[in-house]
Design a protein around this ligand. Structure first.
Ligand SMILES: [Zn+2]
Ligand SMILES: [Zn+2]
Length: 231
């Protein structure tokens, strides 16, 4: 697959659409064309925001200007964007514009994936995560149980264990008695009921540190690991 011969590039000089649209939109048009086999009309409507009467000329002219004709449609289907950037890079200058725009698209996709995974981690933490078809609620009852929380605050105080942040010091009355409570055993190991010892199992954390600890659902940090990160 990697060494297939690329169709010839057939660029033209009609640059009106190419100059009109932003790099982000052009990058997405190229991506949909090369990787997702999308038709010009579909891209005009769904990427470039044209109304339903479009004949697809806008995205077609962007692609034609770069020399990407119909034989490139879906040509890289199933390949990763980084892999294709590497292939086209090795073909020299003539692909420079395409490579530049694919890099824009790669950055956008990465940010999008990060945002999705952040929202997922937050939903797990908030206890309303739904995975696949089977609903599995990881209700974070240990961190949220008011009795546990009150006990933990009485024992450990209201300062973040990682960065010492204190909500009342910064926010005044609005922040009084506020701190988040974190259970130091990863959530996934807490599927069945266990007895919680607030003295050893729960720690106070500010909202920032708490979110960073849970940010990657497959890799929940320990208190010491997070302390090392902010040293
Ligand atoms: Zn903190
Ligand atoms: Zn937590």
């Amino acid at each position: 697959m990697k060494n297939r011969i690329l169709p010839p590039l057939k660029p033209n000089n009609r640059d009106r659409e190419y100059n009109f649209y932003s790099d982000e939109l052009k990058a997405q048009v190229i991506y949909e064309h090369l990787f997702n086999n999308k038709m010009h009309r579909w891209m005009d409507i769904n990427v470039l925001g044209a109304n339903g009467n479009t004949n697809g000329r806008n995205s077609a002219n962007i692609l034609y200007y770069l020399g990407l004709k119909a034989d490139y449609r879906g040509f890289f289907e199933g390949q990763s964007i980084d892999e294709v950037i590497e292939i086209l890079n090795s073909k020299g200058e003539r692909y420079a514009d395409v490579v530049r725009l694919l890099k824009v698209q790669a950055k956008t996709s990465r940010l999008y994936e990060t945002v999705i995974s952040d929202i997922e981690a937050q939903e797990i933490e908030e206890g309303n995560y739904v995975e696949g078809t089977k609903k599995s609620y990881f209700v974070n009852k240990y961190e949220r149980d008011p009795k546990n929380r009150k006990k933990a605050i009485e024992i450990h105080g209201l300062n973040c264990w990682v960065c010492s942040f204190n909500f009342e010091e910064v926010y005044g009355e609005r922040g009084r008695d506020f701190i988040e409570i974190h259970h130091i055993k990863p959530l996934s190991t807490l599927q069945e009921a266990v007895v919680i010892n607030p003295a050893t199992d729960l720690v106070p954390l500010c909202a920032n540190c708490h979110r960073m600890i849970h940010r990657r659902k497959a890799e929940i940090l320990t208190i010491d690991q997070l302390k090392d990160l902010i040293k």
